[in-house]
Write a protein that binds this ligand. Structure first.
Ligand code: GDP
Length: 137
């Protein structure tokens, strides 16, 4: 079965939405293969978001992602990468479809509650960033 990497971002944890977000994900048919809480340091956050280096929002994004703990997850489902992108909705919650995680819970384009890998290749890289083989059931 296909896998993707999700992160419940610091705004999700800080606002005590973790349970609601996990329930939403499980109710949409995803299996959780691995889960942990981590507090990224700036070097780790910059490495994770290296593709955005140089963009106007990069420093703000790093500040946000290091502002508190977050919860990376390995999720499993048929076509997990596009299926998860569909249930999280557009990056900007104002543009996210109804009944998506970001529409329901996100506050802004930056504090948008959840990350989901955007390709199969990135999913594999991002899973390996947070989890060793032994940690994935
Ligand atoms: P995603 O794949 O939907 O998460 O979106 P991107 O890969 O384009 O951006 C990564 C993350 O950077 C987003 O989830 C937001 O947290 C943040 N971000 C993206 N665009 C903007 C922006 O225009 N302004 C700010 N402040 N943050 C942004």
């Amino acid at each position: 079965m296909d896998k993707t990497l999700a992160i419940l971002k610091p705004d999700c944890v800080e606002r005590k939405l973790t349970g609601k977000a996990l329930d939403f994900i499980l109710s949409r048919g995803f299996n959780i293969l691995a889960l942990k809480m981590v507090h990224l340091n700036p070097a780790e956050a910059r490495r994770f978001y290296a593709v955005h280096r140089g963009k106007s929002f990069f420093d703000e994004l790093i500040n946000f992602m290091t502002s508190g703990p977050c919860i990376p997850l390995v999720l499993e489902k048929e076509n997990a990468v596009p299926a998860f992108r569909e249930i999280i909705g557009a990056t900007d919650p104002a543009k996210a479809a109804e009944d998506t995680l970001r529409k329901l819970y996100a506050e802004s384009v930056q504090r948008n509650t959840v990350h989901g890998s955007d390709s199969e290749e990135n999913a594999q890289k991002e899973i390996a960033f947070f989890f060793s083989l032994m940690e994935i059931t």
